[in-house]
Write a protein that binds this ligand. Sequence first.
Ligand code: ZN
Length: 243
Amino acid sequence: MGDQSESPERIYCNKCRRKTLHRLLYTTSGERTDEYAADNWEPDGGDVPSCIYFDMLGCCGCNTAVLRRVFHCNDPEMHRKLGGAGRVLGEDEVADDIRYFPPAIVRDLPPWRFKLPIDMRKLLEEIYRSLDAQSLRLPMMGARTLVDMMIVEKIGDIGNFKEKLKELEKEGFVSARNREALYVALEVGNAAAHRGHAATESEVQAVMDIVETMLQAIYVFSELAQNLKANTPARPPRPPKAP
Ligand SMILES: [Zn+2]
């Protein structure tokens, strides 16, 4: 079960953006009895050595609080049945299923998202919520859909993804090199949607980088460039060359 001592422990702080010492502010772990567990978890009311408790922890650096939910059950079969995601350590030992609220933020939402069409911005925000929930497949399916929405908005719904990307290049929205990178990134989303493939965390980050770079170039930089052009005084004409 969780550490019941008063000594601070090192967990991730969303504000400090790293693991920091946290002290335990409050815990419901006193309610950890088998009776409590049986009432709450075993449909037949059987004697199940499982329980759930909550800890409120505060960062020693910035005082930001986080709620931790701990699900403890050492029977691997029962652990799975009750929806736990703890790792099986041995025959009678399963790691506690620990979740944090709010979850650790893995990536900052880009501030330029408000330049996107509203549906695309909302999808991007949903992708970020699934990233924070440590999903690996959903954000990749979402990233692929996001690019699809952008293509339909810019050039219409034509052909398959490869053809759409070619059209995107032809229309000057992406370079040949970026199109290639985008295609590779979107294949990850395709594999997630159709083959249940889970990319690694760093692959997910790379795909998000590629997709966001493209969205930023199309929806943010082109407008910035136009504004700059409108506000920059034109060069004065060169004086005529002396004869
Ligand atoms: Zn902190």
